[in-house]
Ligand binder design. Structure first.
Ligand code: C2E
Ligand code: CA
Ligand code: CA
Ligand code: CA
Length: 280
């Protein structure tokens, strides 16, 4: 049994206080950072496994602290979600990515597609569709060049609103990607209700691909055959080895993303990938 003497109690409250304080100061810093646009967008290529060419990119946000350090999203997105700051943040990332795609388009990279991550928070606020339409119109990007990545766990939190919003986005011509696919619940039940274009095979399954009968092999094959039956396209995430590429190609996976091809890059460096042609 656990003793709850005065000491462990005060240690517990001290710990709670410390965490609450940290969270509060992080929230304040995030607000300031948003006001000052102290974020950068990095781009990770999504590679066509048949041609080896860059077909598109996922836009991933990083926070640039005043001292120059780069904070990865895992360290602040949860607080941004809790506080609702993720809504303006995601829209800023979308604006950046859309503007960048227009610049690249003007430079002759026409088939390029860019996708951004959307928090479930957007489905509750109501005006996401108008905002997206506005961003695309002002920048002059064809909607089919923009994709939104949503996770199934987040969708489940507000299914009806998600169906409504995604249907309207899809109506504009924006592509919808289901992120981290395979990690949530009842994936099949709602797949038919949602206007989804692409399934992203979660990194955990790709990591586990052995070329035999591991869970990763079974799940990856299952997702690829499901996608083929439903007429959906697939991006495998977290690809790090040629062995994974060979397996994915052998089972008809059209696109892949991962450190094997490139880490997420600042736009200037990402731009150089186009000049290289095939990335293999
Ligand atoms: P995600 O959407 O699943 O993004 C993929 C993450 O996997 C990225 O981490 C990427 O750098 C990492 N990754 C890509 N290839 C590999 C690989 O081969 N091996 C390994 N080990 N990792 C790989 P990142 O950039 O740290 O982002 C983490 C998460 O933060 C994202 O997961 C996404 O959920 C969230 N996030 C990032 N940017 C945004 C944003 O603008 N808005 C929102 N709401 N969430 C974001
Ligand atoms: Ca994503
Ligand atoms: Ca993912
Ligand atoms: Ca993830």
């Amino acid at each position: 049994a656990k003793r709850t003497g005065r000491n462990s109690f005060s240690m517990f409250t001290a710990d709670l206080n410390e965490r609450a304080m940290k969270r509060l100061s992080l929230e304040g810093e995030l607000r300031t950072a948003l006001d000052h646009r102290n974020f950068v967008v990095h781009y990770q290529p999504q590679v066509d496994l048949v041609t080896g060419e860059v077909a598109g990119a996922e836009a991933l946000v990083r926070w640039m602290r005043p001292d120059g350090t780069m904070v990865p999203p895992g360290d602040f997105i949860p607080v941004a979600e809790e506080t609702g700051l993720v809504v303006p943040l995601d829209l800023w990332v979308m604006e950046e990515a859309v503007r960048r795609a227009v610049v690249w388009r003007e430079e002759g990279v026409s088939a390029f597609k860019v996708s951004v991550n959307l928090s479930a928070r957007h489905f509750a606020t109501g005006n996401l569709v108008e905002k997206v339409e506005d961003i695309l119109t002002r920048a002059g990007l064809p909607p089919s060049q923009l994709g939104v990545e949503v996770t199934e766990t987040l969708l489940m939190q507000n299914m009806q609103a998600a169906v409504d919003v995604l249907t309207r986005l899809s109506g504009l011509g924006v592509r919808v990607l289901l992120d981290d696919f395979g990690t949530g619940y009842s994936s099949l039940a709602y797949l038919s209700r949602l206007p989804i274009d692409t399934l992203k095979i979660d990194r955990s399954f790709v990591l586990d691909i052995s070329g035999g009968d591991s869970e990763g092999d079974v799940v990856a094959r299952g997702i690829l055959s499901l996608a083929a039956n439903l007429g959906l396209t697939v991006v495998a995430e977290g690809v790090e080895t040629m062995k994974q590429v060979d397996f994915l190609k052998a089972h008809g996976c059209p696109y892949a993303q991962g450190y094997l091809f490139s880490k997420p890059l600042p736009h200037m460096e990402f731009r150089k990938l186009f000049q290289r042609g095939s990335i293999f």
